[in-house]
Design a protein around this ligand. Structure first.
Ligand SMILES: NCc1[nH]cc(CCC(=O)O)c1CC(=O)O
Length: 308
């Protein structure tokens, strides 16, 4: 008897799109019918808490806890995530075992009356609750009024329509997966507005040692994306244990060569430190760790203590 592979996901439209993309790739890679899979929607604390920034409510793990419990309990076989929402440390027994080919990692500006951040009038409100995006906006335009914007992509776009802000920043990848890329009015260059580690990459979590699942996932894993993510996540892991300072990082791979650019920035956007490193894609995690040491030395330990 063929049992179904249970795919765990959050219930937001973006999460469901990612789960269905994963299902479609598994079907194509293994010649399986849709009935060989079941998408299991799991509500997380991150979905329920809407009134505070996530960094206050307990951070990234809020979007994964209940899903990882279901994975460990055997209620689901794989969990599909936005990699950038994944904590750097996973519970014992679980691993990120596959990454789908990365979408555009850039952030997009969605403007109501104007198309770019540069064109916003002085003092205009820009909505974002991401510390990284807030800091990068302030660095570009210290005069703007950055306001809290929580909720899923659709909620944020509705707030924009209601006039709560003149613009917002959303991941281009998320907009594309939702068929909403037409709402983006500008794409932020990677060097001026570097993305969060993992942005644009769908990561698939599974139980360590689950051979059947490992074999299924190996057929859809994208090696360069996995290497870029290993680098970005190593950079993040080496820095985020000690701080809530906004962190950005992006690795690209070309012909086996990895190029990484990382940034840490003060929440007010006035101070930032960057690092750029290149090396063999085989040494992805090592490059991320080295980049973290470099930027930490540049910034000095005080940089990490001072902001909150
Ligand atoms: N925290 C929400 C979240 N997690 C991943 C994405 C976008 C998709 C991606 O980065 O793969 C988004 C929405 C956004 O930042 O606009």
């Amino acid at each position: 008897m063929q049992t179904t592979l249970k795919i765990g996901t959050r219930g937001s439209p973006l999460a469901l799109a990612q789960a269905h993309e994963t299902q479609a790739r598994l079907m194509a890679a293994h010649g399986l019918p849709a009935e060989a899979f079941e998408v299991v929607v799991i509500s997380t604390s991150g979905d329920r808490i809407q009134d505070r920034p996530l960094s206050e409510a307990g951070g990234k793990g809020l979007f994964t806890k209940e899903i990882e419990e279901a994975l460990l309990a055997g209620a689901i076989d794989i969990a599909v995530h936005s990699s950038k929402d994944m904590p750097t440390r996973l519970p014992d027994g679980l691993e990120l075992s596959a990454f789908l080919p990365r979408e555009d990692a850039r952030d997009a500006f969605v403007g109501k009356a104007v198309k770019t951040i540069a064109a916003l009038p002085r003092g205009a409100k820009v909505g974002s609750s991401s510390l990284r995006r807030q800091a990068l906006i302030r660095r570009m335009r210290p005069d703007l009024d950055v306001v809290m914007f929580r909720g899923n992509v659709q909620t944020r776009l509705r707030k924009l329509d209601e006039g709560v802000a003149a613009g917002t920043i959303l991941a281009h990848a998320g907009l594309k997966r939702l068929g909403l890329e037409h709402v983006a009015t500008d794409l932020m260059p990677l060097d001026i507005f570097p993305p969060a580690p993992g942005q644009g990459a769908i990561g698939i979590e599974s139980r360590i040692g689950d051979r059947h699942v490992e074999k299924m996932l190996a057929a859809i894993h994208d090696v360069p994306t996995g290497q870029a993510l290993a680098c970005e996540r190593a950079f993040l892991a080496a820095l985020d244990g000690s701080c809530r300072t906004p962190i950005a990082g992006y690795a690209s791979i070309e012909a086996g060569k990895l190029s990484f650019a990382g940034l840490i920035i003060s929440p007010d956007g006035t101070q930032s430190h960057t690092v750029e490193l290149q090396g063999s894609a085989e040494d992805a995690a090592g490059i991320g760790e080295e980049a973290a040491r470099t930027v930490r030395a540049k910034a000095g330990e005080k940089f990490f203590d001072g902001w909150f």
